[in-house]
Design a binder for this molecule. Structure first.
Ligand SMILES: [Zn+2]
Length: 293
C-alpha cells in the first residue's frame, strides 16, 4: 500500500546516509509531523507496523515543534527528550538572548512592520519577561534571524487594547468591523469607545519550518486575534494571518545598524534592564556549564 500510494518517491522515501538505508515516511494523523514508518515490509515472522515521530526537521516535510510537543500520540520518553533538548542552556542560546536584547529596537520595528501592531514599551517588556522566564531563547528552532517573530511566539494572549494598529491593515479592519464598541484614538491606537467592556487578544503561534520547491528553507508563523467578553457576541477568532519570516531582512538591518533614536534607545535600555532583572532572579541562567555562577 505504501508503494502504491507514494510510488516510493521523495519525500516519502529518502536515503539516510547515517543509517545507510532507505527510510520511509508518513504524516502523523494528529500533529502532521513526519513519522518514520517501521516494519511495513511484511517481514516473516510478522512484526507490528507502526509510525515513529521524527523529532528533527525531515527534508520535504513541514516541521512545527509546538505541534509535535502537543501531540497526544508522541511517546512520553520522546516528549521528555524533546523538552530536555529545548531547555538546555547552550552557548548558542546565550548568544541568541544577547542578540535579541542588544538589537531590541530593531526587533520592535520589524515586529510592527510584519504584524501591523506597534506595541507600547510596557507591553514589549511584559512579552520579553515571559519569553525569558519560559526560556524560549533555548528552543532549537530559534535563530538570530527569526527572533523578531519567535520572540512574540507566546502561548499567552496579550491585549491589543491601547496598541497602535497600522492604517489600512486588514487586521485593523477586522477588529473595527467585529467589535461593536472598538474605535481608533488620536495616535491610531485601539480604543474602547462605547460602554461595553471587551478584550481583544493577540499572539503568534505555529512556527513552521519547511523547504520550498527550490530547496530553500522557509519559515512561517501565524498571527491570531480573538475577541472576548463582548456581551452581545460569542467569543471568537476575528483575524488570522500566516506571516512569512524574513531572517535575511532582519540580519541585514542589524549589520547596517546606526545609533538608535530616543525611543529606540529607551527600548534598548528597557530590554537590557529586563534581561539583568531575569539574570538576577535566575543565577543558573548566566552560564552554560552546570553549577557555574
Ligand atoms: Zn503526532
Amino acid at each position: 500500500m505504501f508503494e502504491a500510494a507514494t510510488e516510493n518517491r521523495y519525500p516519502w522515501s529518502q536515503y539516510d546516509p547515517n543509517q545507510q538505508k532507505v527510510l520511509r515516511y508518513g504524516h502523523c494523523p494528529e500533529c502532521h509531523g513526519a513519522m518514520q514508518l517501521i516494519n511495513i515490509e511484511n517481514p516473516n515472522p510478522q512484526k507490528v507496523p507502526h509510525g515513529r515521530h521524527r523529532l528533527k526537521h525531515v527534508e520535504g516535510f513541514d516541521y512545527c515543534l509546538e505541534r509535535i510537543l502537543g501531540c497526544s500520540k508522541l511517546k512520553r520518553s520522546k516528549k521528555q527528550e524533546l523538552e530536555t533538548e529545548n531547555t538546555i542552556l547552550t552557548q548558542d542560546a546565550i548568544q541568541r538572548r544577547s542578540f535579541l536584547v542588544e538589537n531590541f529596537n530593531l526587533v520592535a520595528v520589524m515586529f510592527a512592520e510584519e504584524t501591523g501592531i506597534s506595541l507600547y514599551r510596557k507591553q514589549f517588556k511584559k512579552i520579553l519577561q515571559i519569553y525569558l522566564e519560559n526560556g524560549w531563547y533555548r528552543w532549537t528552532t530559534a535563530t538570530c534571524g527569526n527572533l523578531p517573530w519567535l520572540f512574540g511566539r507566546v502561548t499567552f494572549n496579550f491585549s491589543l487594547y491601547g496598541q497602535t494598529l497600522a492604517k489600512g491593515s486588514p487586521l485593523r479592519a477586522a477588529v473595527l468591523s467585529q467589535i461593536p464598541s472598538a474605535g481608533i484614538g488620536p495616535r491610531e491606537q485601539l480604543l474602547r469607545t462605547g460602554t461595553e467592556y471587551f478584550t481583544v487578544e493577540f499572539g503568534l503561534r505555529e512556527h513552521v519550518v519547511r523547504q520550498d520547491a527550490a530547496g530553500n528553507t522557509r519559515e512561517t508563523i501565524t498571527l491570531h486575534v480573538h475577541r472576548k467578553g463582548v456581551r452581545s457576541l460569542p467569543d471568537a477568532k476575528i483575524y488570522e494571518e500566516v506571516l512569512e519570516i524574513k531572517p535575511d531582512v532582519f540580519l541585514r538591518r542589524v549589520a547596517r545598524k546606526t545609533e538608535p533614536n530616543r525611543s529606540g534607545a529607551a527600548l534598548l535600555e528597557m530590554a537590557r534592564d529586563t534581561l539583568a532583572d531575569y539574570l538576577a532572579r535566575h543565577p543558573e541562567a548566566r552560564e552554560p556549564s552546570k553549577g557555574a555562577s
